[in-house]
Design a protein. Structure first.
Length: 103
């Protein structure tokens, strides 16, 4: 079993993001990234990005309870950074729809 996997993820026609899956003991870290931003599993600390790292202006969203990249794309985002909100990305939006705004 691979501990880490990087795969192309088709967000929509002509828009390919990078999916990353890292298998750790008792958990799997999931992320899908574009050149502009990313969505991630529940391990993402949106509060940290908004507060201590605000100067970096990170565009990101967090989905909880996901175990695969496909689930991450389909799940509603639980929280998003201030910079993501500026792009029209809102909590409740699917990961796939959020990524469409990150191209």
């Amino acid at each position: 079993m691979a501990l880490m996997q990087m795969v192309p993820v088709t967000v929509e026609e002509g828009k390919i993001a990078l999916g990353v899956e890292v298998k750790l003991p008792k958990t799997t870290l999931l992320a899908v990234a574009t050149d502009k931003g990313y969505i991630m599993c529940g391990a993402l600390d949106v509060g940290l990005l908004n507060d201590q790292l605000a100067d970096r202006r990170i565009i990101a969203g967090r989905a909880v309870g996901v175990r695969t990249l496909e689930q991450l794309l389909a799940a509603p985002l639980e929280s998003v950074t201030h910079e993501a909100k500026a792009l029209g990305i809102e909590p409740g939006m699917s990961g796939r729809d959020a990524l469409k705004r990150m191209f």
